[in-house]
Ligand binder design. Sequence first.
Ligand SMILES: Cc1cc2nc3c(=O)[nH]c(=O)nc-3n(C[C@H](O)[C@H](O)[C@H](O)COP(=O)(O)OP(=O)(O)OC[C@H]3O[C@@H](n4cnc5c(N)ncnc54)[C@H](O)[C@@H]3O)c2cc1C
Length: 274
Amino acid sequence: MRLGAGRFVAGETLDECLLVLRSLNDRGFYANTTLLGEGVRDEAETRAVVAAYEEVIARLDGMKANVALKLTHLGLELDEELAYENVRRLVDRGSFIRIDMEQSQFVDATLRIYRRLRSDGLDNVGTVLQAYLYRSEHDLADLLPLRPNLRIVKGAYLEPAEIAYPVKADVDAAYVRLVEASLAGGGYTAVATHDERMIEGALRFAEEHGIDRDRFELQMLYGVRPRLQRDLVSRGYKVLVATPYGPEWYPYLMRRLGERPANLLFFLQNLVRR
Ligand SMILES: Cc1cc2nc3c(=O)[nH]c(=O)nc-3n(C[C@H](O)[C@H](O)[C@H](O)COP(=O)(O)OP(=O)(O)OC[C@H]3O[C@@H](n4cnc5c(N)ncnc54)[C@H](O)[C@@H]3O)c2cc1C
């Protein structure tokens, strides 16, 4: 953590994380948190993750903060029914839960579980669509009748060209299409990107189409473009800072380093300084 993960991760314990979340709230940000971990392959371990999240949810009470989680942390690789039962226990508690989107092999099951929760009458749940996947525009069109709460991201995993745009400009163009279709579609949209052009474009689109500020929010990751985050809050927008914690921070950190060469440099400088 001291080598540099602390820039992107709010500590290894829930107590450390809550200090960060409180400070974000004090500065006008909303926040979410995630107990880092994925790919759990043991049923008992998934139950322990659920118990940990129950504590997180209880301790977030009264704060401007919610939970985002990964279904593979709740056992999706083991059994879809188990993942459904586990996430349902958490959604049943009534606070808003966002189901992150992981590698492409989990997209169908994730959307099935999301739909199942909604058809169970649970509305305090949202999920994520990734612009790099060719399928996401269809997925959005299929979901819109549910007035879904969707976070739109570019996509963080390495996916083959058969299913995902290999060229960044195409991902960016798909991102704009998805965000605009989601904003216009009547649900709630979380525009999750650090790309200032995309953010300003979304804000302009919302303004021009009379989409109220209570129908969307901006989301960024803890430690990424903090000045831009502050500027947007000072302009009166709802900005949520995604603020993960936990001892299993390594895969998360690797994704953040992979997104930007400068991050890798920052990390290596910390290594050298020690
Ligand atoms: C709140 C949130 C939740 C997310 N949830 C998911 C999810 O569920 N599933 C999923 O696949 N992906 C998720 N992602 C990751 C996302 O898919 C992208 O990988 C990530 O946001 C980088 O893309 P970008 O939109 O910021 O645009 P990019 O075009 O990659 O970057 C635009 C600019 O932002 C800055 N920037 C971007 N990333 C970084 C970074 N790591 N460090 C420093 N500067 C950076 C740079 O200045 C860059 O020029 C999430 C992202 C956010 C913000």
